[in-house]
Design a protein around this ligand. Structure first.
Ligand code: SAM
Length: 219
């Protein structure tokens, strides 16, 4: 898995001074080095561009690495709303998005994402692309909250769904993290309002499209 990912990153992604600087800023500030992989970032960019999404919501900003990829997907024509628990991380992400040329297209909302999602729902805000990449224990809650504020046909992507490959292993002692992601995968696979597939990019990225309840085909 690690070797395959290294190979994909090497062949399909390029050296990028802006993104290298983001990773350096995360390291320098002692923040966790858990940004999406280069290939997963590129895939997010491509998904936003391919779907023509212009109103993107991210859950889990960290230093803005995935945020830059998402913003590059919509270029000058969209906005990113990013939910982040930590004020200091949101500040780093804001600085990095500004350096990447997106300062007037990104809004950070700090605090627990579930609260922020409830506020966005109350304000009747809607989005056409979502990226879930925060605390894994809330993934199922995030998924339902995103569906509530999704436009029909919106895409919901979620990272780390392979839990470092452990979801596919038979272990005698199930680990909480693995079980959480397995449950999330079952949920996205069988949700009556989603058409979903898990792609083995980075640590696994599920891509779902929001459809009418129980519609038998993808939009
Ligand atoms: N998406 C980022 C990237 O690839 O550049 C990485 C995000 S990192 C894996 C997870 C982020 O979620 C952290 O910045 C963490 O502070 C944030 N987080 C954790 N729990 C949260 C919560 N309850 N609400 C909002 N953000 C949360």
């Amino acid at each position: 898995m690690k070797k395959i990912n290294q190979y994909i990153d090497e062949v399909f992604t390029q050296q990028d001074a802006v993104l290298d600087e983001v990773l350096a800023s995360i390291k320098e500030k002692g923040m966790p080095e858990i940004s999406v992989s280069p290939a997963a970032g590129k895939w997010l960019s491509m998904l936003v561009a391919m779907t023509g999404a212009t109103n993107v919501l991210e859950i889990g900003a960290l230093g803005g690495y995935s945020g830059i990829h998402l913003a590059r997907g919509f270029g000058k024509d969209g906005t990113l709303t990013s939910l982040e628990l930590e004020d200091t991380y949101a500040e780093v992400a804001r600085t990095n998005l500004a350096k990447a040329g997106f300062h007037d297209q990104v809004t950070y909302i700090t605090g627990p994402a579930l609260d922020s999602l409830a506020t966005l729902a109350k304000e009747k805000r809607t989005f056409d692309f979502f990226f879930i990449d925060a605390d894994k224990g809330n993934y199922e809650n995030y998924l339902e909250a995103c569906i509530q504020i999704a436009e029909l046909g919106a895409v919901i992507a979620a990272d780390n769904v392979l839990a470092r490959g452990s979801v596919a292993e038979d272990t005698i002692e199930p680990r909480k993290y693995t079980e959480t992601m397995k449950e999330f995968n079952r949920k996205t696979a069988n949700h009556p309002q989603l058409e979903s597939l898990l792609l083995p990019v980075g640590d696994g990225l599920t891509v779902s499209q929001v459809k009418k309840k129980n519609e038998s085909r993808a939009l």
